[in-house]
Write a protein that binds this ligand. Structure first.
Ligand code: ADP
Length: 628
């Protein structure tokens, strides 16, 4: 008998199970039962088109038996079973473990969460057992096989006997320890309680035999042992129950089990629709993004059931990309059980369901925003980027649907506000919605241009996500008000006289400003005076469509060659002492004028959070002027 080795990640997971970092040991039963139920689903599905299966829906069941003497719990199903290869492939490796990252072995807390993201699965049996035996016969095969393992040291697979196809998982329950009473799992009441708690909705009967002493009829004082099978689960899927019948804990348990999360969901949407589309849906907004959410490996989708039977675990067409964070399932009477994955995409019914679901999610989010602001902000801090991306994506095709769900940090409130809130309190003289971009709200608040706009009493939206400015550009306006970057040259806060005066000043000094541009070189597109600055001597601005933030974002995207260039303008505060100094130097000392111009450009770069091109040259120049 060959001892086979577990794949390394599986071994680590097993180690964790055995050493029980995962404290909630009792969930082992729901994991084993849910595997049995999945296996039955697979065969039932097949029985719809393959008469050789020879079983009707009512014939499928999961049987639990307890053997106190030998300390075993067995879970037996008449599902699809596994071949020798499948036993090896499915139980010797955790299928989904490829990307498991166990670097954090010294951080037990995080490890639990990692496991949680994958579902603990078959290996959870090792939390309560010191040996697990699996006897399985695959449908269509003549021979059965026995997988047996006592832990990370490996496992064996040997020929075995089994009546009929299906799988029996026999868990050899650990001996009790000082802290753990494993023996309670050998009690019928405990097991039936666990099934009620965790597996009630499983839509195949979970049966257990109960033996009770009963009075023999007609014979006074005589008792006999009567054994009968009892179905332990109600088999009504949670989503088919009335909302009023479901407790919040039940939703939470269901969510965590089904979607492998270690945290309760942030929000539950349980809905039943009749009419044009008839379906029930149970949807969840997670509290945190899945570890792969912002990678290309992430697959969105909802599980799709037809009359309680699973058709596909992930139907991507049921969710728009911008709601891809939603987990959940849809159960429809209108979708045929025999529908194939290919025809599913074309299905008109499915499209109708998808549209209805999208509307429902949107209205739930709107309701949350209105009535549970804190919760919404929590949601937005995790998935807001996805909504903003959704508004921007497809050239803004969905911007109208999403614009009222977006939040941006406000200079007034120092916390996220909606565009509606912004517009509702705009000054009557204010024509545009002002925004500014940067790494953090604090850094943005220090921009000279923000000072100018704020001093007029106007609110500014601080955009800190890479996608923000793209979203704003696509939105273009809200409620008829244009979005204007406070750094935009067209920022129009001046009276006609002020404008005329500034324009004249720039014209009068045209030659000098040109000379300054020449001194600075390629890095700058032009140099001009501004009346917008209060205390700062200089600032950077741009001309054209590309702002400084966009230049940074576009150049940091994978595959970019860093060639995107904003047209940078150096603006000099016309009321600052430095403006006069420049004018006099321009007349008296061209060489120093050139040096000052360069220095001022570097200053402006620093103020706006950009690197200076040549720090060594800058420093040399400063020293030279200091020692003059
Ligand atoms: P998961 O169920 O999340 O895929 P598990 O570790 O629980 O992970 O199970 C691994 C695989 O073993 C399953 O995907 C399934 O293919 C197979 N398996 C487990 N239990 C059974 C069973 N009772 N009948 C048939 N196949 C099973």
């Amino acid at each position: 008998m060959k001892n086979r080795q577990y794949k390394s990640e599986s071994k680590k997971l097993l180690d964790m199970m055995i050493n029980s970092i995962y404290t909630n040991k009792e969930i082992f039963l729901r994991e084993i039962i849910s595997n049995a139920s999945d296996a039955i689903d697979k065969l039932y599905f097949r029985s719809l088109t393959d008469s050789s299966v020879g079983l009707k829906k009512k014939d499928f069941k999961i049987r639990i038996s307890i053997d106190k003497e030998n300390r075993t719990i067995s879970v037996s199903d008449n599902g699809c079973g596994m071949t020798e290869e499948e036993l090896d492939k499915n139980l010797g490796v955790i299928a989904k473990s490829g990307s498991l990252d166990f670097k954090s072995e010294n951080e037990p807390k995080r490890d639990v969460s990692v496991i949680g993201q994958f579902g603990v699965g078959f290996y959870s049996a090792f939390m309560v057992s010191d040996k697990v035996t699996v006897i399985s016969k695959a449908f269509g095969s003549d021979s059965a096989f026995c997988f047996e393992s006592s832990g990370p040291d490996g496992y064996t697979i040997t020929p075995a006997e089994r009546d009929g196809f299906g799988t029996t998982v026999i868990m050899h329950v650990k001996a009790d320890t000082e802290n753990e009473n494993y023996s309670e799992f050998l009690e019928q009441y405990k097991i039936s309680g666990l099934i009620k708690q965790y597996s009630d909705y499983i839509h195949h009967p979970i049966v257990m035999s109960f033996t009770e002493k009963k009075a023999v009829e007609g014979k006074d004082g005589e008792f006999e042992d009567i054994t009968e099978d009892r179905v332990l689960n109600s088999m009504v899927p949670l989503w088919k129950k009335a909302k009023s019948q479901v407790k919040p804990e039940q939703y939470n348990e269901f969510y965590k089990e089904k979607f492998f999360d270690f945290e309760d969901p942030l929000h539950v949407i349980h809905t039943s629709t009749e009419g044009t589309a008839t379906f029930k849906a149970l949807l969840f907004i997670p509290r945190h993004a899945p570890f792969d959410y912002y990678t290309k490996d992430f697959e969105k989708g909802l599980a799709l059931y037809s009359r309680g039977v699973l058709i596909t675990e992930k139907c991507a067409d049921l969710l728009p990309d911008y709601f891809s964070f939603i987990k959940g399932l849809v159960d429809s009477e209108d979708i045929s059980l025999n529908i194939s994955r290919e025809t599913l995409q074309q299905d008109a019914e499915l499209k109708l369901i998808a549209r209805t679901i999208e509307k429902k999610i949107k209205s739930e989010l709107e309701k949350m925003l209105k009535n549970e602001r804190e919760k919404y902000e929590q949601f937005f801090s995790v998935f807001g980027v996805q909504l903003k991306y959704g508004a921007y994506d497809k050239y803004g095709a969905n911007k109208d649907a999403l614009k009222d769900l977006l939040l941006f940090v406000s200079s007034f409130e120092k916390r996220p506000v909606t565009l509606k809130e912004y517009v509702s309190r705009m000054d009557k003289n204010q024509e545009a919605i002002y925004y500014a971009c940067g790494e953090t709200a604090d850094k943005i608040a220090m921009l000279p241009q923000c000072e100018t706009v704020s001093s007029k009493g106007y609110e500014i939206l601080y955009l800190t996500d890479n996608v923000d400015e793209f979203t704003i550009k696509v939105l273009n306006e809200y409620d008829g008000k244009k979005f204007v970057n406070v750094c935009d040259q067209n920022l129009d806060l001046d009276t006609e006289e002020e404008k005329a005066a500034l324009s004249e000043k720039n014209k009068d000094n045209e030659e000098m400003l040109k000379a300054a541009k020449e001194a600075i070189g390629e890095a700058v597109h032009s140099v001009r005076f501004t009346n917008k600055l209060k205390n700062h001597p200089v600032c950077l601005n741009t001309e054209g469509d590309i702002s400084l933030e966009m230049e940074r974002t576009l150049n940091s995207m994978p595959g970019s060659d860093g060639k995107i260039k904003a047209q940078i303008v150096l603006e000099i505060n016309e009321n600052h002492e430095i403006a006069n100094k420049l004018s006099s130097l321009y007349k008296s000392d061209k060489d120093t004028f050139n040096k000052y111009s360069k220095l001022l450009f570097d200053e402006a770069c620093l103020i706006s959070g950009r690197d200076i091109k040549d720090p060594a040259a800058h420093s040399a120049l400063v020293c030279e002027l200091m020692t003059k």
